[in-house]
Every structure is written in C-alpha cells, then in structure tokens.
Design a protein around this ligand. Structure first.
Ligand code: PMP
Length: 353
C-alpha cells in the first residue's frame, strides 16, 4: 500500500505494560497508576449514575451535534453554542485542527517539551515543526514569536504545560496573542484548567471576544474523571468553528459520553473537592522535593515534574514499590493520587531518594 511518506517515519502508539503485567512481573498485589494524569477519584457520582441509566440507549446513534451537552457547556462557559466543537477527547480536536489547517507548505510553532500530539499531527500533515525549548519548564514566548512567519498556521500553547506543569499568566498570554499575526491560529490547550489555582491564570475564554485567531481547548478527561469515555472540546469564533465542523466525523462523541459529560458539568462541587485535595497533594510533594533537594517545576496541574538525570533509576525504584510514573528524557512526571496514595508515596519515596 502507498501511504504518505511522512507516515513511514512514524511509529504507532505503543501502550506501556498493562497494570496486570506489571503486577505479575514485580510480584505486586497493588499498583498505583500515576502516569496519565487521570482523576484518582474517578468521576462525579452523578455522572456515574447518568452513565448507568444511558446503557439502555445503545442501539440508537448519538446526537451528532451533542445539543444537550452543547447547551450546558455554552452556558457554563458564557459563550454561544456555535462556538464549541466536540471531539472524542482533545486528541481528536487536535487532529481536527491540524487536518483542517496544515499543509506541507505550512509550519507550526510549539514548545519542547509539550503535549506530544501537536507534533504527531503536524508530521502526518507534512508541515514543518518549529520547536522552542522551554526555560525552567516555561514556554519561551519570545523565542516562539521569533519562529512565526507568514507560513505559520498554528501556534500551540499548552497551559498549564504537560509535562512540566508550569503556566503562562494573563499578562504574558495577552501580550503574546497581540503580537501573533491574525492569520496564525493560537491554540491554548487547557486540558488541566480545572486544577489551576493561580489567581493570575488567564481568563482565556474572555480573550476569544477580541481575537478571532484564538481557540481554547478543554476536556472531560482530567478533573471531570471521564478519560475512558473520550470527550473534549474546542471553543473559538463561531465562523472558524463552523469551518472546523466540516472535518468532524458526524457521530464522533458517543451517546454515553455526552450524557455523562452533561451530568459531570453540573456537579461543580465534585470538581471543587478534587481540586482542593489535588492542591494539598501537590504542595506536600513540592515540600518533599524542597526537603530532599530534588529539582521540580512548580505545577498548576494534577502532576509534578521532577527534573533529574536519575529519572530512569527513580522510575524503576518507584515501580518496584508499586507506583507507575511517566519517564521523560530529563526527568519524571508523577500524577497526584488520592490523599492516601500521596501519603504512602511520600513515605515510600523517603526510602528511595
Ligand atoms: N492536551 C493535553 C495537554 C493533555 O495532557 C492531554 C491528555 N494527556 C490531552 C490534550 C488529550 O486529552 P483527551 O484526549 O483525553 O481529552
């Protein structure tokens, strides 16, 4: 079969070992999964109830427009219904944007390290990738601006950034956007938005009012605890969103995902509780790092990045104790678990560092 040249240079996504395999290999009875930034408390009980009720409707196609969810999300965000595009997770929204905008003549600008899917889709579409190294985990906005030219179709901003957890404040983001040409789309990926507690974090949805070339991404996979159902969304100007809608598959979000996401959105108390516990866990881990002279990036998300040359060894030692972290070339990313898991982690960590 003849496939695009750029696909020949890629490898299909390789999932790591399953929890069951790790348990067997390491002789462990229990595993704490801290590698994918999921909500350790799962989803709101109200979403779980809605999900259980929805199972009787599986024979019927979902509403392709996700109207009920759309109405609730629009009112929650204070935007018009036609300003939202839903995807099977943000992964799909990132794919839709890349597919709609990128050509082999174009380029994209992003930080490094950042979320991997921006680059993957740029490669698939044959676009040139312009990465700028993060500075202490932060996007280097000046360097990113210097990379933009008339062929730049997308600038990816991951806020807070995955894997570093650092954030860009309102003043810096506004200044950045004002200096990006209007023909270039600035995508602000806020997958971890709900976890943010910093007061100077941007009110990004407000920024859409004066900037047609800005889009904001949010997901139900993280704080809302619905990663397994796959639903995320992009918010932008109605005219741009209507163009993107053309490339969206007609029934891309399932009926069950829509129903659970609606219920999840209504239970903001659940989110508040989870965010409070996350902040406490994050602070305890940061304090632990200070105490043991471990370099880390201050995080606004539900994970922390430990910057170390010793990542592979730490990863292995944690695994032996039953914790799956995520290994990167220059460190380790650890998701914040439940209160009990955090306490246990810190106690086990003492024996390791
Ligand atoms: N953006 C960022 C920054 C992420 O970390 C993730 C998940 N790891 C995604 C997008 C994709 O999330 P989902 O497809 O589950 O909505």
């Amino acid at each position: 079969m003849l496939v695009k040249n750029q696909i020949l240079s890629l490898q299909a996504y390789q999932p790591g070992k399953s929890v069951e395999e790790i348990k067997k290999d390491y002789g462990l009875a229990k595993i704490v999964k801290l590698n994918s930034n999921e909500n350790p408390y799962g989803c709101s009980p109200k979403a779980a109830e809605a999900l259980a009720r929805s199972s009787s409707q599986c024979a019927v196609y979902p509403d392709g427009q996700a109207m009920n969810l759309r109405t609730k999300a629009a009112s929650h965000l204070g935007v018009n219904e036609d300003q939202i595009i839903f995807g099977a997770g943000l992964d799909e929204v990132i794919q839709i944007i890349s597919r709609a905008l990128l050509t082999p003549e174009s380029n994209v600008v992003m930080a490094s390290p950042t979320f991997s899917q921006y680059k993957l889709h740029a490669v698939i579409e044959g676009a040139e990738i312009r990465e700028t190294a993060t500075v202490n985990g932060h996007h280097d906005l000046e360097s990113m601006l210097s990379q933009i030219d008339s062929q730049t179709r997308i600038v990816w901003i991951c806020n807070p950034n995955n894997p570093t957890g650092t954030y860009i404040n309102e003043t810096s983001l506004k200044d950045f956007i004002s200096r990006v040409p209007k023909e270039t789309l600035v995508v602000i990926d806020e997958a971890y938005y709900e976890y943010v507690t910093a007061e100077d974090f941007p009110h990004s949805v407000k920024l859409l009012e004066n900037n047609e070339n800005v889009m904001v991404l949010r997901t139900f996979s993280k704080a809302y605890g619905l990663a397994g159902l796959r639903v995320g969304y992009g918010i932008g100007s109605s005219s741009f969103i209507q163009k993107l809608e053309v490339t969206r598959l007609p029934f891309n979000t399932s009926r069950t995902a829509q129903i659970a996401a609606e219920a999840a959105l209504e239970d903001q108390n659940f989110i508040k509780e989870c965010v409070k516990i996350n902040e406490k866990g994050l602070k305890a881990l940061e304090a632990f790092c200070e105490e043991h002279q471990i370099n880390y990036y201050p995080s606004q998300a539900n994970f922390i990045f430990l910057k170390t040359d010793n990542g592979a060894k730490l990863y292995e030692l944690l695994l032996q104790k039953g914790y799956i972290a995520r290994l990167f070339p220059d460190g380790l990313r650890i998701t914040i678990g439940t209160e009990e898991e955090n306490e246990q982690l810190l106690s086990d960590f003492k024996d390791i560092v």
